[in-house]
Design a protein around this ligand. Structure first.
Ligand code: GDP
Length: 528
């Protein structure tokens, strides 16, 4: 097997999805701990210190008001290389999250045991389903009282429409939490308060039949457990790896992230069963991760990551081949060779210069605005990866300048910030307005803040009568021209120069569609 194939097989690239507060950040930290990416002693003091160290580089984002963007963390575990792509934590469900999910091979869903399936979990599940992304589930906060495990599995199955296969099963909950049983190995892992539950630190019994277990948890509790296990065995689905890989079944784990309990069982199972990089569709062919030539696509752009340098970082997911530091790559959209100098990898402990990267890895490419979301890089072949859409924004505002002389900076700022994908920028055909579209209302504040901070432009955003946007397509050039003439007052171009219909009301949109049946109104636009 080639080096690229071997390296690709070792990769596990995933994202954690959850409703805010379910415990995504806490679980991320524990996973990094197992990866050795952060040092964390068993003591509370050590834990606090380590918490500081890891959050530092996330704090950088927060401080600068852009915690709505996401990050990449890489760590080795049990001979595998795990890439964890963080999805934005803010309540606005952004395109950012969607695009991160296009760059992963699987996902991990965190559910709060007391709250069950929440609104954002449902949305994220819908997104995962678009690509049949395999999902594992971690039911968190078992150290607190919550819903009964069986009810929770029912809820996941009925609300999220995915079959559950419990892999671990809790013994008690809240004050009565005694541990978990691993349903595949039969092992019982005890929960004892104040422990750091790594494999070394945990008390593990080989099975529920171990006489010492009854002594530890009591005969009554053991009997209760046996009854429950019998019930679970009869009522739940056994783990079916193919069904998991098809996105039809989710293996379920129980634990407590903050106590690091049940997390290693999850991680062990994850690295063994989660998929390595899959083939990727392009407009011309399917790209195999085992191919020796480099290819990848950009799923995220972040401006001015390093305040010292006013450049941008494009995050590229490697889909095939090997990236080597300093190599030249072909950028099909511009038809140019680009030297990928100073590319970054994202080891969780630090951002560092990439020596090499393989399928499943993410590298950061410095650029000055020449790279856009959806762009691909290859070793010469013209490839366009599909499935990285722009969504029609749902909120619109007109940018208003304090100082009219700064129009140029404003345009530049809006265009560049829109390249990151969180907002979209429209220029109406018939006016000099600059209209910004976003999926969440917070994004306007972020843009105003960053315009001032990074471009020295003071702007505010005011209401504008746009209810929704649709990208306009028509194969018949003459019909398109007619449409353009008739509807010029509602048309604009986006940052990529594509024609967009800005509808003042939904009814107006409906009428416009009815009057021009030959024109397609699309709610998404594919990049590239
Ligand atoms: P996120 O918003 O999903 O990233 O959630 P966080 O990781 O920030 O956690 C939200 C809150 O839940 C924090 O106060 C955590 O300390 C707490 N938390 C996380 N995991 C657990 C757990 O296992 N048990 C309990 N009791 N609290 C937890």
């Amino acid at each position: 097997m080639s080096d690229v194939s071997l390296q690709a097989l070792r990769r596990r690239t995933f994202a954690i999805v959850s409703h805010p507060d379910a415990g995504k950040t806490t679980l991320t930290e524990k996973l990094l701990l197992f990866g050795g990416a952060i040092q964390m002693a068993g003591s509370v003091k050590g834990r606090k210190a380590a918490r500081h160290a890891t959050s530092d580089w996330m704090a950088l984002e927060k401080e600068r008001g852009i915690s709505v963007t996401s990050s990449v963390m890489q760590f080795p575990y049990e001979g595998r290389i795990v890439n964890l792509l963080d999805t934005p934590g803010h309540a606005d469900f952004g395109e950012d999250t969607y695009r991160v999910l296009t760059a992963v091979d699987s996902a991990l869903m965190v559910i709060d045991v007391a709250k069950g399936v929440e609104e954002r979990t449902i949305k994220l599940m819908e997104v995962c389903r678009l690509r049949d992304t395999p999902i594992m589930t971690f039911i968190n906060k078992l150290d607190r009282e919550g819903k009964s495990p069986i009810d929770l599995l029912d809820e996941v199955e009925s609300v999220l429409k995915i079959q559950c296969a419990p892999i671990t099963w809790p013994i008690g909950m809240g004050q009565r939490l005694k541990g978990v049983v691993h349903l595949l190995t039969g092992e019982v892992h005890l929960y004892e308060q104040g422990r750091n539950f790594t494999r070394q630190d945990s008390t593990i019994f080989p099975s529920v039949d171990d006489p010492a277990l009854a002594e530890r948890i009591g005969a009554a509790m053991l009997q209760e457990l046996r009854d429950e296990l019998e019930l679970v065995e009869g009522a739940s689905n056994p783990f079916d790896k193919d069904a998991y890989l098809r996105g039809e079944q989710t293996p379920v784990f129980f634990g407590s992230a903050v106590n690091n309990f049940g997390v290693q069982l999850l991680l062990d199972f994850f690295v063994e069963h989660a998929p390595s990089p899959k083939p990727r569709a392009t407009t011309s062919r399917e790209v195999q991760p085992t191919e020796n030539k480099l290819s990848g696509f950009v799923f995220k752009i972040q401006a001015n990551m390093d305040p010292q340098h006013r450049d941008r970082v494009a995050f590229m997911r490697v889909c095939s081949g090997e990236f080597k530091a300093g190599m030249k790559a072909f950028h099909p959209r511009t038809g140019k060779e680009v030297k990928l100098a100073n590319a970054l990898t994202f080891m969780a402990s630090d951002r560092e210069i990439a020596e090499s990267a393989y399928p499943g890895d993410v590298i950061g490419i410095h650029n000055h605005g020449t790279i856009s979301i959806g762009d691909s890089f290859t070793e010469g072949e013209v490839l366009g990866f599909t499935g990285i859409p722009n969504f029609a924004p749902e909120l619109f505002r007109r940018a208003r300048l304090r100082d009219p002389l700064k129009l140029k900076q404003l345009q530049k700022g809006l265009a560049q910030l829109s390249e990151e994908g969180a907002t979209q920028f429209f220029k109406p055909l018939m006016s000099n307005d600059l209209i910004l579209g976003a999926v969440g209302v917070l994004q306007f504040d972020v843009v105003a803040y960053r315009l001032k901070d990074e471009y020295g432009v003071e702007a505010s955003f005011e209401q504008v009568s746009v209810a929704t946007a649709r990208w306009v397509y028509c194969d018949n050039a003459k019909k398109l021209e007619e449409f353009r003439d008739k509807n010029a007052q509602n048309l604009a171009v986006d940052a990529a120069g594509q024609l967009v219909y800005l509808a003042p009301t939904r009814v107006n949109l409906q009428l416009a569609q009815e009057r021009a049946p030959e024109v397609q109104f699309r709610a998404t636009r594919e990049h590239a």
